[in-house]
Design a protein around this ligand. Structure first.
Ligand SMILES: Cc1cc2nc3c(=O)[nH]c(=O)nc-3n(C[C@H](O)[C@H](O)[C@H](O)COP(=O)(O)OP(=O)(O)OC[C@H]3O[C@@H](n4cnc5c(N)ncnc54)[C@H](O)[C@@H]3O)c2cc1C
Length: 439
């Protein structure tokens, strides 16, 4: 009987199975691999990836693995991403591209940054205590203007909470700090578009992003057990119960399904573990996949656009077909429109939500009046963005330690209750496998 169970055939679970050198079972509740990284064929041949899933491969080992799995299939793209603010489109990243915005906004951003970096020149004293929350971290890093115009409204729209509720760990780990030179050059119109981790990305030539998990699943010596849902876990007896009633014992288990859902399946979690589990929070994302027939607008070539302002219902709009034209049939285009917390009141009135989304897309000139809407499909990613609130690190650690004491590891963006992209998923799956290979 296999002693190692992997729960979930998303990229994390697949990568673990690929790198594991011992008998195991990979259990997946769906009929195919990929988890969130799955391409849906909609309408008359539109390939939609469950919002934009662009591959950023920084780790040489992972790049080599993905190239081996998809030989000659990866196309490299240069990011064409912009921010829509005050009626204008300015290149991403905002802090290094304010030229072209109204002069007062540029001044707010520049002066704010200088005041934050050199307070003594403005008759101010530098704060002696460390920042208390994400908002204060951002203000120290970017200054008042960049924060007021972009960082705060965008991140609050995305996470659906006030940034005072988010801890400084979030900022320290994920927000790149711009140099003064970048900000000044960007304010004066020198192009700074290529900054940031995602300036270039790769994407499969065919089949959408699902080409990657499918290739990984094909490369496994033992195929995943599809349509096999785990419904109960008993830590004490190290047993997983499947929807069929079958019981599978394990000595080692890797969980990659959303941690909060997994913990609900655990029958004998301690009261302390349950308390910690109840404190794990995440922001839900709703998104529309939209197929359009029409000529396009001058905005149609953007890969994605950030919308920090509250008068647009979405926080980001991207176009699958702008990156990869064969994602849509000839003469057509496709979009993903992402919405977070603010959309909740609208979910009970789907017709009004659709109308509002289309109205805002036309207002931003991403859609034109002549475009024919072929479909709008509303989808949900329940735990899309884990909230790094002040309880996050401790609560996660409590459950991780309790699970580990029964042979259960957690990994992946949702299984490990973290923040990470596809490459991180592959790396975390590999790390879990290697720790077992060497034990
Ligand atoms: C809005 C958004 C945009 C993103 N864009 C990018 C991007 O551009 N680039 C990038 O690199 N990353 C991106 N990501 C991150 C990427 O989606 C994740 O890093 C990756 O999908 C994590 O994979 P995973 O295997 O850990 O989790 P999942 O894909 O969630 O896999 C978990 C698996 O567990 C299975 N499962 C669940 N419950 C059970 C059960 N009871 N029994 C058996 N199986 C079960 C599920 O069906 C699923 O297959 C984005 C994420 C979001 C939310």
């Amino acid at each position: 009987m296999p002693e190692t169970l992997i729960l979930g055939a998303g990229l994390t679970g697949l990568s673990c199975a690929y790198h594991l050198r011992r008998p195991h079972q990979l259990l997946e509740k769906e009929a195919e691999p990929g988890g969130v990284v799955r391409t849906h064929v909609r309408g008359d041949g539109f390939l939609c990836d469950g919002t934009g899933h662009w591959l950023h491969l920084r780790n040489p080992g992972m790049r080599a693995l993905v190239e081996k799995l998809l030989p000659g299939q990866l196309i490299e793209y240069e990011r064409k991403a912009v921010i829509h603010l005050q009626g204008k489109f300015t290149p991403f990243p905002f802090q290094a591209n304010t030229a072209g915005l109204p002069a007062q906004t540029v001044l707010d951003c520049l002066l704010g940054l200088l005041q934050a970096r050199h307070p003594e020149d403005f008759g101010r004293t530098a704060p002696s205590a460390p920042p208390r929350n994400f908002r204060e971290s951002l203000e120290r890093m970017f200054g008042e203007g960049i924060c007021r115009h972009f960082m705060i409204p965008y991140n609050e729209k995305l996470l659906g909470v006030k940034l005072e509720e988010i801890s400084t760990d979030y900022a320290d780990r994920f927000i790149p700090k711009p140099s003064l030179e970048d900000v000044i050059k960007g304010a004066l119109g020198f192009s700074r578009e290529s900054l940031g981790y995602n300036a270039k990305f790769v994407y499969p030539r065919e089949e959408g992003i699902s080409a990657l998990p499918k290739a990984l699943a094909r490369a496994l010596p033992t195929p995943p057990r599809y349509q096999t849902s785990v419904t109960k876990i008993h830590l004490g007896s190290q047993t997983a119960v499947l929807a069929s009633g079958e019981k599978v014992s394990f000595r080692h288990l890797l969980n990659t399904m959303p941690l909060v859902d997994f913990l609900r399946l655990v029958e004998d979690l301690s009261p302390k573990g349950r308390e910690a589990a109840a404190r794990l929070r995440a922001a839900t994302v709703h998104y529309y996949d939209i197929g359009v027939r029409g000529q396009g607008t001058p905005r149609s070539h953007y890969h994605w656009v950030y919308f920090p302002e509250p008068d647009f219902i979405f926080y980001r709009v991207g176009s699958y077909s702008a990156v990869h034209p064969s994602a849509a049939p000839p003469g057509c285009r496709s979009y993903y429109v992402e919405m977070s917390g603010g959309v909740d009141p609208w979910l009970k009135k789907p017709a009004e939500l659709q109308a509002r989304v289309l109205q805002d897309l036309r207002k931003a000139e991403i859609l034109s009046g002549g475009d024919e809407i072929l479909f709008m499909e509303l989808c949900r990613i329940p735990h899309a963005y884990v909230l790094f609130d002040p309880h996050y690190l401790t609560s996660r650690q409590i459950v991780e330690e309790e699970l580990a004491s029964h042979g259960v590891k957690i990994a992946g963006r949702w299984g490990g209750w973290n923040y990470g992209g596809m490459e991180d998923a592959l790396l975390e799956g590999q790390a879990a496998a290697e720790s077992w290979n060497s034990s």
